[in-house]
Design a protein around this ligand. Structure first.
Ligand SMILES: Cc1cc2nc3c(=O)[nH]c(=O)nc-3n(C[C@H](O)[C@H](O)[C@H](O)COP(=O)(O)OP(=O)(O)OC[C@H]3O[C@@H](n4cnc5c(N)ncnc54)[C@H](O)[C@@H]3O)c2cc1C
Length: 405
Protein backbone atom coordinates (compact mmCIF):
# COMPACT_ATOMS: atom_id res chain seq x y z
CA UNK A 1 0.00 0.00 0.00
CA UNK A 2 1.28 3.55 -0.73
CA UNK A 3 2.65 5.62 2.16
CA UNK A 4 0.18 7.91 3.96
CA UNK A 5 1.32 11.57 4.11
CA UNK A 6 1.98 13.06 7.58
CA UNK A 7 -0.85 15.58 7.29
CA UNK A 8 -3.81 14.69 9.51
CA UNK A 9 -7.17 16.13 8.49
CA UNK A 10 -9.62 16.99 11.27
CA UNK A 11 -12.40 15.16 9.43
CA UNK A 12 -12.58 13.05 6.27
CA UNK A 13 -16.08 12.49 4.88
CA UNK A 14 -16.46 9.57 2.45
CA UNK A 15 -19.39 9.77 0.00
CA UNK A 16 -20.89 12.74 -1.84
CA UNK A 17 -24.60 11.99 -1.65
CA UNK A 18 -26.65 14.80 -0.11
CA UNK A 19 -25.79 13.66 3.45
CA UNK A 20 -22.03 13.54 2.83
CA UNK A 21 -21.88 16.85 0.98
CA UNK A 22 -23.97 18.63 3.62
CA UNK A 23 -21.82 17.18 6.39
CA UNK A 24 -18.57 18.21 4.69
CA UNK A 25 -19.91 21.75 4.13
CA UNK A 26 -21.10 22.04 7.73
CA UNK A 27 -17.85 20.79 9.28
CA UNK A 28 -15.77 23.06 7.05
CA UNK A 29 -18.02 26.05 7.75
CA UNK A 30 -17.53 25.75 11.52
CA UNK A 31 -13.74 25.64 11.14
CA UNK A 32 -12.80 21.95 10.85
CA UNK A 33 -10.18 21.27 8.22
CA UNK A 34 -12.23 18.80 6.17
CA UNK A 35 -11.69 16.50 3.18
CA UNK A 36 -14.42 14.91 1.05
CA UNK A 37 -13.56 11.70 -0.83
CA UNK A 38 -16.10 10.65 -3.45
CA UNK A 39 -16.65 9.97 -7.14
CA UNK A 40 -18.39 12.67 -9.21
CA UNK A 41 -21.81 13.68 -7.91
CA UNK A 42 -24.81 11.73 -9.30
CA UNK A 43 -26.67 13.98 -11.74
CA UNK A 44 -28.93 11.20 -13.06
CA UNK A 45 -31.11 10.98 -9.97
CA UNK A 46 -34.70 11.59 -11.18
CA UNK A 47 -36.16 11.75 -7.66
CA UNK A 48 -37.26 14.79 -5.73
CA UNK A 49 -36.86 15.35 -2.00
CA UNK A 50 -39.34 17.01 0.31
CA UNK A 51 -37.10 18.91 2.73
CA UNK A 52 -38.66 19.63 6.11
CA UNK A 53 -38.03 22.70 8.28
CA UNK A 54 -34.99 21.39 10.20
CA UNK A 55 -33.26 20.57 6.91
CA UNK A 56 -33.98 24.06 5.61
CA UNK A 57 -32.45 25.52 8.79
CA UNK A 58 -29.30 23.43 8.25
CA UNK A 59 -29.05 24.57 4.61
CA UNK A 60 -29.42 28.17 5.80
CA UNK A 61 -26.58 27.58 8.25
CA UNK A 62 -24.20 26.32 5.55
CA UNK A 63 -25.24 29.16 3.21
CA UNK A 64 -26.90 27.18 0.38
CA UNK A 65 -30.60 27.78 1.07
CA UNK A 66 -30.84 31.05 -0.91
CA UNK A 67 -29.65 29.14 -4.00
CA UNK A 68 -31.86 26.13 -3.33
CA UNK A 69 -34.97 28.20 -2.58
CA UNK A 70 -35.34 29.31 -6.20
CA UNK A 71 -35.79 25.65 -7.25
CA UNK A 72 -38.02 24.68 -4.31
CA UNK A 73 -41.82 24.43 -4.14
CA UNK A 74 -43.50 24.99 -0.74
CA UNK A 75 -45.59 22.16 0.71
CA UNK A 76 -48.34 23.95 2.63
CA UNK A 77 -50.79 21.10 2.99
CA UNK A 78 -50.50 17.33 3.24
CA UNK A 79 -53.54 15.30 2.34
CA UNK A 80 -53.94 11.56 3.03
CA UNK A 81 -56.58 9.51 1.28
CA UNK A 82 -57.35 5.89 2.08
CA UNK A 83 -57.62 4.20 -1.31
CA UNK A 84 -57.22 0.63 -0.04
CA UNK A 85 -60.85 -0.24 -0.89
CA UNK A 86 -60.88 -2.48 2.16
CA UNK A 87 -63.74 -3.17 4.54
CA UNK A 88 -62.45 -0.70 7.13
CA UNK A 89 -61.11 2.54 5.66
CA UNK A 90 -59.69 5.67 7.24
CA UNK A 91 -61.28 9.08 6.73
CA UNK A 92 -59.49 11.60 4.50
CA UNK A 93 -57.13 13.78 6.55
CA UNK A 94 -55.56 17.09 5.53
CA UNK A 95 -52.80 18.64 7.59
CA UNK A 96 -52.34 22.40 7.09
CA UNK A 97 -49.04 24.10 7.99
CA UNK A 98 -51.02 27.25 8.90
CA UNK A 99 -52.28 25.36 11.98
CA UNK A 100 -48.66 25.44 13.22
CA UNK A 101 -48.20 29.05 12.08
CA UNK A 102 -45.74 27.88 9.45
CA UNK A 103 -45.58 29.05 5.82
CA UNK A 104 -45.01 25.42 4.79
CA UNK A 105 -44.18 21.99 6.25
CA UNK A 106 -41.27 21.91 3.87
CA UNK A 107 -40.12 22.37 0.29
CA UNK A 108 -39.89 19.93 -2.61
CA UNK A 109 -36.72 19.97 -4.72
CA UNK A 110 -35.37 17.94 -7.61
CA UNK A 111 -32.40 15.86 -6.37
CA UNK A 112 -30.44 17.05 -9.43
CA UNK A 113 -30.80 20.68 -8.26
CA UNK A 114 -30.04 19.77 -4.65
CA UNK A 115 -26.90 17.81 -5.59
CA UNK A 116 -25.69 20.45 -8.05
CA UNK A 117 -26.06 23.35 -5.59
CA UNK A 118 -24.31 21.38 -2.83
CA UNK A 119 -21.47 20.36 -5.19
CA UNK A 120 -20.97 23.98 -6.31
CA UNK A 121 -20.86 25.15 -2.69
CA UNK A 122 -18.32 22.41 -1.90
CA UNK A 123 -16.04 23.72 -4.69
CA UNK A 124 -16.06 27.15 -3.07
CA UNK A 125 -15.71 26.25 0.62
CA UNK A 126 -12.21 27.27 1.71
CA UNK A 127 -11.79 24.71 4.52
CA UNK A 128 -12.85 21.81 2.34
CA UNK A 129 -10.53 19.78 0.08
CA UNK A 130 -12.20 17.60 -2.55
CA UNK A 131 -10.75 14.27 -3.69
CA UNK A 132 -12.65 12.84 -6.68
CA UNK A 133 -11.81 9.24 -5.89
CA UNK A 134 -13.16 6.02 -4.38
CA UNK A 135 -12.12 5.02 -0.88
CA UNK A 136 -11.14 1.35 -1.08
CA UNK A 137 -9.85 0.41 2.37
CA UNK A 138 -9.27 1.76 5.86
CA UNK A 139 -6.87 1.35 8.74
CA UNK A 140 -8.39 2.34 12.09
CA UNK A 141 -5.54 3.40 14.40
CA UNK A 142 -5.54 4.74 17.97
CA UNK A 143 -4.62 8.31 16.99
CA UNK A 144 -6.01 8.49 13.44
CA UNK A 145 -7.74 6.63 10.62
CA UNK A 146 -6.00 6.06 7.26
CA UNK A 147 -8.20 6.16 4.18
CA UNK A 148 -6.76 4.39 1.13
CA UNK A 149 -8.11 5.57 -2.22
CA UNK A 150 -8.36 3.91 -5.63
CA UNK A 151 -6.26 6.48 -7.52
CA UNK A 152 -4.80 9.10 -5.19
CA UNK A 153 -2.56 9.06 -2.13
CA UNK A 154 -3.96 7.82 1.20
CA UNK A 155 -5.35 10.34 3.71
CA UNK A 156 -5.15 10.46 7.48
CA UNK A 157 -7.86 11.86 9.70
CA UNK A 158 -8.80 12.26 13.35
CA UNK A 159 -12.39 11.39 12.52
CA UNK A 160 -13.86 9.47 9.59
CA UNK A 161 -17.48 10.27 8.72
CA UNK A 162 -18.97 7.51 6.58
CA UNK A 163 -21.63 8.72 4.14
CA UNK A 164 -20.92 6.09 1.48
CA UNK A 165 -24.48 4.82 1.41
CA UNK A 166 -26.33 1.59 2.07
CA UNK A 167 -23.48 -0.67 0.87
CA UNK A 168 -20.86 1.24 2.87
CA UNK A 169 -17.37 -0.25 2.82
CA UNK A 170 -16.30 2.00 5.69
CA UNK A 171 -19.03 0.54 7.90
CA UNK A 172 -18.02 -2.98 6.89
CA UNK A 173 -14.30 -2.31 7.44
CA UNK A 174 -15.08 -1.18 11.00
CA UNK A 175 -17.01 -4.43 11.60
CA UNK A 176 -20.30 -2.67 12.39
CA UNK A 177 -23.16 -5.15 12.20
CA UNK A 178 -26.49 -4.42 10.57
CA UNK A 179 -30.03 -5.53 10.27
CA UNK A 180 -31.26 -5.61 6.66
CA UNK A 181 -34.74 -6.40 5.40
CA UNK A 182 -36.67 -6.10 2.17
CA UNK A 183 -40.22 -5.37 1.06
CA UNK A 184 -42.15 -6.92 -1.85
CA UNK A 185 -42.50 -3.46 -3.44
CA UNK A 186 -40.80 -1.08 -5.85
CA UNK A 187 -41.06 2.73 -5.82
CA UNK A 188 -41.58 4.04 -9.35
CA UNK A 189 -40.63 7.70 -9.62
CA UNK A 190 -41.38 10.23 -12.37
CA UNK A 191 -42.46 13.83 -12.91
CA UNK A 192 -45.87 14.83 -14.26
CA UNK A 193 -47.52 17.82 -15.90
CA UNK A 194 -51.18 18.36 -15.05
CA UNK A 195 -54.19 20.53 -15.97
CA UNK A 196 -55.20 21.68 -12.51
CA UNK A 197 -53.11 23.55 -9.91
CA UNK A 198 -51.76 21.54 -6.96
CA UNK A 199 -52.21 24.51 -4.59
CA UNK A 200 -49.00 23.50 -2.79
CA UNK A 201 -50.75 20.38 -1.51
CA UNK A 202 -48.97 17.04 -1.37
CA UNK A 203 -51.47 14.16 -1.71
CA UNK A 204 -50.73 10.64 -0.50
CA UNK A 205 -53.16 7.89 -1.55
CA UNK A 206 -52.81 4.79 0.60
CA UNK A 207 -53.29 1.91 -1.83
CA UNK A 208 -53.13 -1.86 -1.24
CA UNK A 209 -49.60 -1.98 -2.75
CA UNK A 210 -48.28 1.09 -0.86
CA UNK A 211 -48.46 4.88 -1.08
CA UNK A 212 -49.10 6.75 -4.34
CA UNK A 213 -47.82 10.25 -3.59
CA UNK A 214 -48.05 13.43 -5.66
CA UNK A 215 -45.66 16.13 -4.46
CA UNK A 216 -45.81 19.70 -5.87
CA UNK A 217 -43.12 21.03 -8.21
CA UNK A 218 -43.12 24.52 -9.83
CA UNK A 219 -46.21 25.55 -11.83
CA UNK A 220 -48.54 22.79 -12.90
CA UNK A 221 -46.05 19.98 -12.37
CA UNK A 222 -45.63 17.40 -9.61
CA UNK A 223 -43.35 14.52 -8.79
CA UNK A 224 -44.87 11.09 -8.27
CA UNK A 225 -43.69 8.30 -6.00
CA UNK A 226 -45.83 5.29 -6.79
CA UNK A 227 -45.19 2.18 -4.68
CA UNK A 228 -46.27 -0.96 -6.55
CA UNK A 229 -45.43 -4.67 -6.84
CA UNK A 230 -42.32 -5.56 -8.88
CA UNK A 231 -44.58 -7.00 -11.63
CA UNK A 232 -46.51 -3.73 -11.85
CA UNK A 233 -43.23 -1.78 -11.95
CA UNK A 234 -42.11 -3.88 -14.95
CA UNK A 235 -45.43 -3.23 -16.72
CA UNK A 236 -45.13 0.53 -16.12
CA UNK A 237 -41.69 0.53 -17.77
CA UNK A 238 -43.11 -0.97 -20.96
CA UNK A 239 -46.15 1.36 -21.27
CA UNK A 240 -46.30 4.14 -23.84
CA UNK A 241 -46.31 7.69 -22.41
CA UNK A 242 -49.99 8.18 -23.29
CA UNK A 243 -51.11 4.90 -21.72
CA UNK A 244 -49.04 5.55 -18.62
CA UNK A 245 -50.45 9.08 -18.25
CA UNK A 246 -54.00 7.70 -18.42
CA UNK A 247 -53.26 4.88 -15.97
CA UNK A 248 -51.70 7.30 -13.45
CA UNK A 249 -54.51 9.83 -13.83
CA UNK A 250 -56.95 7.01 -13.08
CA UNK A 251 -54.97 6.04 -9.97
CA UNK A 252 -54.98 9.71 -8.87
CA UNK A 253 -58.76 9.89 -9.36
CA UNK A 254 -58.10 12.86 -11.71
CA UNK A 255 -57.62 15.21 -8.72
CA UNK A 256 -55.08 17.21 -10.77
CA UNK A 257 -56.90 16.77 -14.10
CA UNK A 258 -55.24 15.34 -17.19
CA UNK A 259 -51.64 14.07 -16.77
CA UNK A 260 -48.68 14.35 -19.13
CA UNK A 261 -45.46 12.36 -18.48
CA UNK A 262 -42.56 14.80 -18.00
CA UNK A 263 -39.71 12.37 -17.23
CA UNK A 264 -38.89 8.68 -17.74
CA UNK A 265 -39.86 6.39 -14.85
CA UNK A 266 -37.05 5.25 -12.52
CA UNK A 267 -37.46 2.29 -10.17
CA UNK A 268 -36.20 1.84 -6.59
CA UNK A 269 -36.80 -1.57 -4.95
CA UNK A 270 -37.83 -0.98 -1.33
CA UNK A 271 -35.61 -2.20 1.46
CA UNK A 272 -34.62 -1.36 5.00
CA UNK A 273 -31.36 -1.24 6.90
CA UNK A 274 -30.35 -0.29 10.40
CA UNK A 275 -26.74 -0.21 11.63
CA UNK A 276 -26.48 -1.75 15.11
CA UNK A 277 -24.03 0.99 16.08
CA UNK A 278 -23.70 4.50 14.65
CA UNK A 279 -20.06 4.74 15.66
CA UNK A 280 -16.82 2.78 15.49
CA UNK A 281 -13.17 3.53 16.18
CA UNK A 282 -12.80 7.23 15.19
CA UNK A 283 -15.82 6.66 12.93
CA UNK A 284 -19.36 8.06 12.75
CA UNK A 285 -22.06 6.88 10.33
CA UNK A 286 -24.59 9.29 8.83
CA UNK A 287 -27.52 9.11 6.38
CA UNK A 288 -28.26 5.91 4.50
CA UNK A 289 -24.98 4.43 5.73
CA UNK A 290 -26.78 4.20 9.09
CA UNK A 291 -30.47 3.80 8.20
CA UNK A 292 -32.65 3.05 5.18
CA UNK A 293 -36.43 2.68 4.99
CA UNK A 294 -39.22 3.10 2.40
CA UNK A 295 -40.00 6.56 0.96
CA UNK A 296 -43.09 7.35 3.02
CA UNK A 297 -43.76 10.73 4.64
CA UNK A 298 -40.54 12.39 3.41
CA UNK A 299 -38.41 11.04 6.25
CA UNK A 300 -35.21 9.47 4.82
CA UNK A 301 -32.92 12.34 3.91
CA UNK A 302 -34.45 14.60 6.56
CA UNK A 303 -33.40 12.02 9.15
CA UNK A 304 -29.91 11.87 7.60
CA UNK A 305 -29.61 15.65 7.76
CA UNK A 306 -30.56 15.55 11.45
CA UNK A 307 -27.60 13.12 11.90
CA UNK A 308 -25.41 15.74 10.26
CA UNK A 309 -26.71 18.60 12.44
CA UNK A 310 -26.31 16.53 15.60
CA UNK A 311 -22.76 15.46 14.76
CA UNK A 312 -21.79 19.03 13.80
CA UNK A 313 -23.10 20.38 17.12
CA UNK A 314 -21.38 17.71 19.25
CA UNK A 315 -18.04 17.95 17.45
CA UNK A 316 -18.00 21.74 17.72
CA UNK A 317 -18.69 21.63 21.42
CA UNK A 318 -16.05 18.88 21.95
CA UNK A 319 -13.45 20.96 20.09
CA UNK A 320 -14.38 24.11 22.01
CA UNK A 321 -13.80 22.22 25.26
CA UNK A 322 -10.40 21.05 23.99
CA UNK A 323 -11.47 17.40 23.56
CA UNK A 324 -10.34 14.97 20.85
CA UNK A 325 -13.19 14.91 18.28
CA UNK A 326 -12.56 11.22 17.54
CA UNK A 327 -12.65 10.16 21.19
CA UNK A 328 -15.02 7.37 22.22
CA UNK A 329 -16.86 9.61 24.72
CA UNK A 330 -17.63 12.20 22.01
CA UNK A 331 -18.84 9.55 19.58
CA UNK A 332 -20.95 7.86 22.27
CA UNK A 333 -22.78 11.15 22.74
CA UNK A 334 -23.61 11.10 19.01
CA UNK A 335 -24.92 7.53 19.32
CA UNK A 336 -27.20 8.41 22.23
CA UNK A 337 -28.35 11.71 20.67
CA UNK A 338 -29.49 10.02 17.45
CA UNK A 339 -30.63 6.52 18.41
CA UNK A 340 -34.20 7.24 19.47
CA UNK A 341 -35.06 9.48 16.46
CA UNK A 342 -33.69 6.84 14.07
CA UNK A 343 -35.48 3.92 15.79
CA UNK A 344 -38.81 5.78 16.00
CA UNK A 345 -38.80 6.80 12.32
CA UNK A 346 -37.68 3.36 11.14
CA UNK A 347 -40.41 1.68 13.19
CA UNK A 348 -43.18 4.14 12.18
CA UNK A 349 -42.45 4.01 8.45
CA UNK A 350 -42.15 0.22 8.51
CA UNK A 351 -45.41 -0.15 10.46
CA UNK A 352 -47.33 2.18 8.14
CA UNK A 353 -46.03 0.39 5.05
CA UNK A 354 -46.88 -3.06 6.46
CA UNK A 355 -50.32 -1.88 7.60
CA UNK A 356 -51.11 -1.06 3.96
CA UNK A 357 -49.99 -4.48 2.76
CA UNK A 358 -51.80 -6.59 5.33
CA UNK A 359 -55.39 -7.82 5.04
CA UNK A 360 -55.45 -8.50 8.78
CA UNK A 361 -58.55 -6.65 9.99
CA UNK A 362 -57.31 -5.50 13.45
CA UNK A 363 -54.34 -3.77 11.79
CA UNK A 364 -56.68 -2.06 9.31
CA UNK A 365 -58.89 -0.91 12.19
CA UNK A 366 -55.88 0.43 14.14
CA UNK A 367 -54.61 2.41 11.12
CA UNK A 368 -58.08 3.81 10.39
CA UNK A 369 -58.68 4.69 14.05
CA UNK A 370 -55.33 6.49 14.19
CA UNK A 371 -56.17 8.61 11.16
CA UNK A 372 -59.73 9.20 12.44
CA UNK A 373 -58.35 10.57 15.72
CA UNK A 374 -55.75 12.62 13.83
CA UNK A 375 -58.60 14.20 11.90
CA UNK A 376 -60.91 14.86 14.85
CA UNK A 377 -58.65 15.64 17.84
CA UNK A 378 -56.84 18.97 17.29
CA UNK A 379 -54.06 18.54 19.93
CA UNK A 380 -53.24 15.08 18.49
CA UNK A 381 -53.29 16.55 14.97
CA UNK A 382 -50.82 19.24 15.97
CA UNK A 383 -48.61 16.73 17.78
CA UNK A 384 -48.55 14.47 14.71
CA UNK A 385 -47.80 17.42 12.43
CA UNK A 386 -44.93 18.56 14.64
CA UNK A 387 -43.49 15.08 15.00
CA UNK A 388 -43.88 14.57 11.25
CA UNK A 389 -41.61 17.55 10.68
CA UNK A 390 -39.02 16.63 13.33
CA UNK A 391 -38.90 15.15 16.84
CA UNK A 392 -39.34 17.63 19.67
CA UNK A 393 -40.45 20.48 17.39
CA UNK A 394 -42.76 21.86 20.08
CA UNK A 395 -39.95 21.95 22.64
CA UNK A 396 -37.67 23.69 20.13
CA UNK A 397 -40.30 26.26 19.12
CA UNK A 398 -40.90 27.01 22.81
CA UNK A 399 -37.15 27.22 23.49
CA UNK A 400 -36.67 29.70 20.65
CA UNK A 401 -39.52 31.80 22.09
CA UNK A 402 -37.86 31.65 25.51
CA UNK A 403 -34.45 32.54 24.03
CA UNK A 404 -32.95 29.28 25.28
CA UNK A 405 -31.03 28.79 22.01
C1 LIG B 1 -38.18 7.05 -4.30
C2 LIG B 1 -37.54 7.74 -3.13
C3 LIG B 1 -38.02 8.99 -2.73
C4 LIG B 1 -37.46 9.63 -1.62
N1 LIG B 1 -37.99 10.83 -1.22
C5 LIG B 1 -37.51 11.41 -0.10
C6 LIG B 1 -38.08 12.63 0.40
O1 LIG B 1 -39.02 13.19 -0.17
N2 LIG B 1 -37.56 13.16 1.55
C7 LIG B 1 -36.54 12.57 2.21
O2 LIG B 1 -36.11 13.09 3.25
N3 LIG B 1 -35.95 11.43 1.75
C8 LIG B 1 -36.42 10.83 0.63
N4 LIG B 1 -35.85 9.69 0.17
C9 LIG B 1 -34.65 9.16 0.85
C10 LIG B 1 -33.40 9.87 0.31
O3 LIG B 1 -33.40 9.82 -1.09
C11 LIG B 1 -32.16 9.21 0.89
O4 LIG B 1 -32.24 9.24 2.29
C12 LIG B 1 -30.90 9.97 0.46
O5 LIG B 1 -30.76 10.00 -0.93
C13 LIG B 1 -29.68 9.30 1.07
O6 LIG B 1 -28.57 10.14 0.85
P1 LIG B 1 -27.13 9.72 1.41
O7 LIG B 1 -26.22 10.85 1.07
O8 LIG B 1 -27.22 9.27 2.83
O9 LIG B 1 -26.75 8.41 0.57
P2 LIG B 1 -26.47 8.25 -1.00
O10 LIG B 1 -27.24 9.25 -1.77
O11 LIG B 1 -26.65 6.81 -1.31
O12 LIG B 1 -24.93 8.66 -1.16
C14 LIG B 1 -23.87 7.77 -0.97
C15 LIG B 1 -22.70 8.29 -1.78
O13 LIG B 1 -21.51 7.57 -1.43
C16 LIG B 1 -20.75 7.38 -2.60
N5 LIG B 1 -19.86 6.23 -2.37
C17 LIG B 1 -20.20 4.93 -2.30
N6 LIG B 1 -19.10 4.16 -2.08
C18 LIG B 1 -18.05 5.01 -2.00
C19 LIG B 1 -16.65 4.84 -1.79
N7 LIG B 1 -16.13 3.62 -1.64
N8 LIG B 1 -15.85 5.93 -1.78
C20 LIG B 1 -16.40 7.18 -1.94
N9 LIG B 1 -17.70 7.40 -2.15
C21 LIG B 1 -18.52 6.34 -2.19
C22 LIG B 1 -21.77 7.14 -3.70
O14 LIG B 1 -21.23 7.45 -4.96
C23 LIG B 1 -22.89 8.11 -3.28
O15 LIG B 1 -22.76 9.36 -3.92
C24 LIG B 1 -36.40 9.02 -0.92
C25 LIG B 1 -35.89 7.77 -1.34
C26 LIG B 1 -36.47 7.13 -2.43
C27 LIG B 1 -35.95 5.76 -2.84
Amino acid sequence: MPETSDKIHDIVVVGAGPSGMTAALLFASVGFETALVAPAVNQEDGRTTALLQDSVTLFEQIGVWDNLRSFATPLSKMRMIDDTRRLVRAPEVTFDSAELNLEAFGYNLRNKDLNRVLAEAAQEQANLTLFEDLAVSYDFGEESVSVFCQDGAPLKTRLLVAADGRNSQAREAAGIELRRWSYPQVAVVLNLEHDRPHNETSTEFHTPTGPFTLVPLPGRTSSLVCVVTSEQAETIKTMSKDDLALELEHRAHSILGKFGIASSPQSFPLSGLSAKSLVGPRLALIGETAHVFPPIGAQGLNLGLRDVASLGRLLTSARDMGADIGATEVLSRYESDRRSDISTRTFAVDALNRSLLTDFLPVQIARSAGLYLADKVPPLRRLLMREGIAPGTKRKTQAVRDNVY
